[in-house]
Design a binder for this molecule. Structure first.
Ligand SMILES: Cc1cc2nc3c(=O)[nH]c(=O)nc-3n(C[C@H](O)[C@H](O)[C@H](O)COP(=O)(O)OP(=O)(O)OC[C@H]3O[C@@H](n4cnc5c(N)ncnc54)[C@H](O)[C@@H]3O)c2cc1C
Length: 486
């Protein structure tokens, strides 16, 4: 098996799931939720209605307090202040934001201005995400949004965007304080386990609490499922009539027993060809756990081995008096820490001068750059992978046709509807289910996966934003004089 990665990242095999600093936006009060036990059949409000939610009985429930759910809730509440918005999160909110990017949170990617180019970074979704999806809220919009909230961001050479603080807590604190400011209720430690639609076009949700065995029932006017790669989320989508593309790990880590790699965590490579050789694998073994995996990395996939040898030799001649650790060919985009690691694997000391390197050592170095071997002892287990492909198919979301500007021209002069359809763009533009109205999806629950570099969070921000924009909320004339911002 051989595949080329646009970017290859070294990650720690074991990621510690640290506590989220600010856990809930608002106290976990029952902000307008209508709840009953199954036997009661009659709904009672256990909340003390605030002045705001007295005006409106409409409720948006967001399943999942990850990037997509929180961003979607913020957008919906910003546009419809009279809508009751409740996020139900079974674990800790924004827990993946916390651990992402080695704890720095790679918020988005700043190198893809053209949305067509941006969409190419999504193996699943590239066709549907170009057009309206990223035009409505792309990386530049995400960066502006965080900047407007006072979060300073920086774009690194490879396009990855991080908070200047180099801490994901900055992003979490920003999102949590927006939830609080807007009055979004965040209920943690509760999982939405069942969902059905009612005759009145609402959603009846079964919510399980850690402490109570009996589920509570909530009736929602709008439902945003932003449950990431959780099986429960897929189940909710199925219960509401959606099909599920089988989830498979898309971006995951290999376990490699090399203590020195631990210190190299977070290094990325501009272009690497990775070949995974699987030895001792027998056919018909569903899981390759019994096989030996040999990962071979080529850090110069576009350079022939002979050219590589001459690049290294020329470097030696030019920088003969320099130490190996301080001077190395820049052509391969390697960082110093990794270069020193490669030297170590060749038993070469960083203080050695280039002049004293033998011809054999130069050849070995060139081969190491072309065929760097790692013995893989396993892969991260389900739940620990970075990104999952599969989930709700994009074909079941959003009326994904938007008219082309050429439409009137073709109607007038050619009159062919078929030709017009050929120029209609296909793109996600509301995130609403085609099967259930008022049901929305955003983030990883959809069959979208991005390569590393901030593309997965961008999918979550864009999807959440579009869903939040598309959720109408109560008619403002009926509930007061709060205008919808543009
Ligand atoms: C270690 C790691 C590092 C990563 N680094 C990056 C990075 O640097 N850049 C990048 O772009 N992407 C990164 N990713 C991927 C990125 O984190 C995800 O693509 C992104 O978090 C998806 O957002 P989401 O809101 O769709 O899902 P999630 O962030 O997974 O949020 C879903 C939430 O829903 C909750 N939930 C699920 N089911 C239910 C239910 N039934 N009831 C209540 N709550 C429920 C879950 O507990 C979870 O909190 C990383 C992922 C991992 C694991």
């Amino acid at each position: 098996m051989s595949f080329t990665l646009a970017r290859f990242t070294l990650a720690r095999s074991a990621v510690r799931h640290s506590r989220v600093r600010s856990e809930a936006a608002a106290p976990a009060k029952n902000n307008g939720l209508l709840i009953s036990t199954p036997k009661q059949k009659k709904f009672t409000s256990t909340a003390i209605p605030t002045a705001q939610n007295k005006a409106s009985e409409e409720l948006l429930v967001v399943v999942g307090g990850g990037a997509a759910g929180v961003y979607g809730a913020i957008r919906a509440k910003t546009l419809a202040p009279n809508l009751n918005v409740v996020i139900i999160e079974k674990g800790r909110p924004l827990s993946k934001v916390k651990i992402s990017g080695g704890g720095r949170c790679n918020v988005t990617n700043g190198h893809c201005v053209d949305t067509m180019v941006l969409a190419e970074n999504y193996p699943r979704g590239h066709r549907e995400l170009k057009g309206a999806f990223f035009n409505t809220h792309g990386p530049a919009d995400t960066m502006s949004w965080f900047a407007d909230q006072g979060v300073e961001l920086k774009t690194e050479d490879d396009g990855r965007v991080f908070p200047v603080s180099n801490s994901s807590s900055t992003i979490i604190d920003c999102l949590m304080s927006e939830l609080t400011r807007l009055g979004v209720s965040l209920q943690t430690g509760k999982a939405v386990v069942t969902a059905s639609s009612t005759d009145g076009g609402k959603f009846l949700l079964g919510v399980e609490n850690r402490t109570f065995s009996c589920p509570e029932y909530v009736e929602a006017d709008y439902l945003l499922i932003a449950s990431g790669n959780s099986k429960q989320g897929y189940s909710l989508a199925s219960q509401l009539g959606h099909s599920i593309v089988d989830p498979v790990p898309s971006l995951f880590t290999f376990k490699i027993e090399d203590p020195q790699l631990r210190d190299l965590s977070g290094i990325t490579f501009p272009k690497v060809k990775a070949t995974l050789k699987i030895e001792n694998a027998r056919r018909n073994i569903p899981q390759l756990t019994q096989a030996c995996w040999n990962l071979i990395l080529d850090f110069a996939p576009d350079v022939h081995i002979e050219d590589l040898k001459s690049i290294v030799t020329q470097h030696k001649n030019k920088f003969a008096k320099h130490k190996l650790s301080n001077s190395y060919p820049s052509e391969f985009g390697l960082v110093k820490r990794f270069w020193i690691y490669l030297l170590g694997r060749q038993d070469l000391h960083g203080d050695t001068l280039w002049a004293s390197i033998s011809k054999n050592s130069l050849i070995s170095l060139a081969h190491m750059l072309k065929n760097c071997n790692f013995y893989v002892t396993g892969k991260s287990q389900y739940k620990d992978e970075f990104v999952t492909a599969g989930g709700v198919p994009l074909s079941e979301v959003s009326p994904s046709l938007s008219p082309s500007p050429f439409l009137p021209f073709f109607f007038t002069f050619i009159g062919s509807v078929i030709l017009c359809l050929a120029f209609v763009k296909i793109s996600l533009n509301t995130m609403e289910s085609k099967i259930q109205s008022r049901l929305f999806f955003a983030g990883e629950v959809l069959n979208v996966d991005g390569i590393t570099g901030g593309f997965n969070f961008q999918n979550a921000w864009s999807g959440g934003y579009i869903a939040g924009t598309s959720i109408d909320g109560p008619d403002e004339e009926a509930v007061g004089d709060v205008g919808r911002p543009n």
